[in-house]
Design a protein around this ligand. Structure first.
Ligand code: NAP
Length: 259
């Protein structure tokens, strides 16, 4: 329900599973967009009643401000067999449950934009009526576009600040590093190539080596060398403290928006 950026990313990941396209329906407000998704992925476009009648798992992927209206239309079609999985940022399971028939299982998910390239980080929380089996079902769905973790819902504001907003911090860092290349006289495209590949290489080492970031950093920091000169400047400018404060601010804003 909602075939926008995140909805499409999920559909595109799911249809790669053999035979999956015929079991997926999209509910989309714009008929042109619905037709585009049907044609692109071989899924069916249905209305809410049709989707609820043929699907047990209902994925809510509309903007947070559209959630209440959609749930109002969906509620009459929801019965005891449905599982509702919501990726709407900051919308608590209690609010979704309150708009659906009593006892409806709801799983809340915080995804992030790298889901668009199948490298997403999705973090799940169970609502009041969702069981481990429901979380397993939601995990199977989200694992089509990246990795999945589970947390108690009380930790979702911290998750939003870390992995939800996280891609933006890395983009910001990359921007600044490219600017440094420009300052040092490199062409912009070359500076961008150097930094993007370095980011990808560093991220792959972090994920695959099993080593702590400190160990990986020490391995490129030789005595009296270039890296330690740079690290001293990062520490002098309080970059570590700035990142901690920035992520804390994102958390606080998430709490505020949730209210
Ligand atoms: N994009 C991200 O990086 C990201 C990350 C984490 C979480 N999320 C969450 O994912 C959700 C979707 O985000 P998005 O970026 O994919 O938004 P989006 O691109 O705007 O997609 C939402 C889609 O749902 C459609 N829609 C709205 N109300 C509907 C209704 N009643 N029935 C059927 N379709 C309806 C919208 O149509 P119209 O265009 O006509 O309104 C739009 O095509 C949001 O709640 C967001 O918080 C997104």
């Amino acid at each position: 329900m909602g075939g926008g950026k995140i909805g499409e990313a999920l559909v595109s990941g799911l249809v790669r599973r053999p035979g999956a396209a015929s079991s997926i329906a999209v509910v989309e407000r714009s008929p042109e967009r619905a037709a585009q998704l049907e044609q692109r992925y071989g899924v069916r476009a249905l209305d809410l009643a049709g989707a609820a009648a043929t699907s047990r798992v209902l994925l809510l992927a509309v903007k947070p401000q559209d959630v209440d209206a959609l749930l109002g239309l969906l509620a009459p079609h929801v019965d005891g067999d449905h599982l509702v999985v919501s990726v709407a940022a900051g919308v608590p399971t209690a609010r979704i449950e309150a708009l659906l028939p009593a006892g409806t299982p709801v799983v809340r998910v915080m995804p992030n934009t790298p889901a668009l390239v199948d490298e997403g980080m999705s973090v799940l929380s169970a609502g009041a009526h969702a069981t481990e089996a429901h979380l397993d079902e939601a995990e199977a769905l989200l694992s089509a576009v990246g990795q999945v973790r589970r947390v108690p819902e009380s930790q979702q504001d911290a998750v939003t600040a870390l992995s939800g907003s996280g891609p933006a911090y890395f983009f910001f860092l990359v921007e600044a590093m490219i600017d440094a290349g420009i300052l040092l006289g490199l062409p912009r495209t070359l500076a961008a190539d150097l930094i993007v590949q370095t980011a990808l290489g560093a991220a792959t080492m972090l994920r695959d080596s099993g080593e702590h970031p400190v160990q990986l950093r020490e391995a490129v920091t030789s005595p009296g060398g270039t890296t330690i000169a740079a690290i001293r400047e990062l520490e002098r400018h309080g970059v570590r403290a700035a990142l901690i404060a920035a992520i804390e601010a994102a958390h606080d804003r998430s709490v505020e928006l949730g209210r």
